[in-house]
Design a protein around this ligand. Structure first.
Ligand SMILES: C[S@@+](CC[C@H](N)C(=O)[O-])C[C@H]1O[C@@H](n2cnc3c(N)ncnc32)[C@H](O)[C@@H]1O
Length: 313
């Protein structure tokens, strides 16, 4: 940051210019996030404080934060928090930073009216910070929730978030595989934002992602579909007939994921775009007959799941 900046407005201008020179994405937003955290105010309230001269302690902390962001650290890790679905989640390098596009996935689950007619059992595979399963539990207290992750670090962070957001009693969090933890044919919904970036693309990611977020949260294998395919196969076993799967996918993966869902016995398969028009969420309903043929899990009566919600397959 340039020396000589006196009031907050000038300090923010200097900080944003510094981050721009360092090629940080959205530099003004980053410096405002740092400042609002330090001043304990909302970002949109900052202009009310532009004329204020921050004390030396806060100014030094702001400078340290700007330098860390300038050297490539994600601003959310520097401030230790990220907003998601209107809630504040603790974030650190143990797990992926919650992304705004993942809110589309959560919204798709919330909008699925038939799912919420009873007390659905919902599992979030690859829970990371816990942002998906905790947001669902906050929005829909009637559900029964489990968040799973292969990373013990991520489960520890999700547990801290569940406690901080008051849902620790209602969300079970565990390290492990779905097939080890839930019974076959027992779930109403599986939601997952798995790692789906092809291994070969990881090196081309921005430094703040590539060098700071967990590789395990990003790398989806050679074609990006390794974990997605495993989740779809596990879902075909773990869901009840008529159970639903909701997946976040990469923008070029829609056709491959639709085919994988159909091959595992999912019907009414659909891919939805995010606000930028990119394929983002894949969904399907497990059809009983195909599932029984494919998995050998016991068959129960006729195919269910014919009811349709306004925005649900
Ligand atoms: C893209 S991150 C998503 C984190 C969080 N759900 C979110 O949306 O911000 C993927 C997560 O899946 C976990 N993961 C990777 N492979 C997995 C597997 N085979 N089983 C369960 N979790 C896995 C990673 O540790 C990581 O936390």
């Amino acid at each position: 940051m340039e020396e000589g900046a006196k009031n907050l407005g000038a300090i923010l201008d200097a900080g944003a210019a510094f981050l721009e020179r360092k090629s940080v994405d959205a530099p003004r937003l980053a410096v405002e996030m740092l400042a609002s955290r330090l001043l304990g105010c909302k970002r949109l309230e900052l202009p009310q404080h532009y004329a204020r001269v921050p004390d030396e302690k806060r100014l030094a902390a702001l400078r340290r934060g700007v330098r860390r962001v300038g050297s490539g650290e994600p601003v959310q890790y520097v401030i230790g928090g990220a907003g998601f679905m209107g809630h504040e989640f603790r974030v650190d390098p143990r797990a992926l930073i919650p992304r705004p596009e993942t809110e589309c996935l959560v919204q798709a689950v919330l909008d699925c009216a038939p799912l919420w007619q009873g007390r659905p059992a919902v599992v979030d595979v690859g829970t990371g910070s816990g942002c998906i399963v905790i947001s669902l539990a906050l929005a829909r207290p009637e559900g029964l929730y489990i968040g799973l992750d292969s990373s013990a670090d991520a489960v520890a962070l999700a547990t801290e978030n569940a406690r901080a957001l008051g849902v620790a009693e209602r969300v079970a969090l565990a390290q492990g595989e779905m097939c080890e933890i839930v019974d076959a044919g027992s779930l109403d919904a599986i939601v997952s934002n798995p790692p789906y970036i092809p291994s070969g693309e990881i090196e081309r990611l921005p430094v703040c992602i590539r060098d700071h977020e967990p590789r395990q949260a990003l790398d989806g294998g050679p074609d990006g579909l390794r974990v997605l395919s495993a989740v779809i196969q596990d879902a075909a076993l773990a869901l009840k007939p008529g159970g639903r799967v909701f997946l976040e996918i990469g923008e070029t993966q829609g056709e491959a994921v639709k085919a994988a869902l159909a091959a595992e016995g999912f019907a009414r398969v659909e891919v939805r775009p995010d606000l930028a028009g990119r394929d983002r969420v894949a969904m399907g309903v497990l059809g009983e007959q195909t599932r029984c043929q494919g998995s050998g899990v016991r068959c129960q009566g006729e195919e269910r799941g014919e009811e349709t919600g306004a925005s649900c397959p």
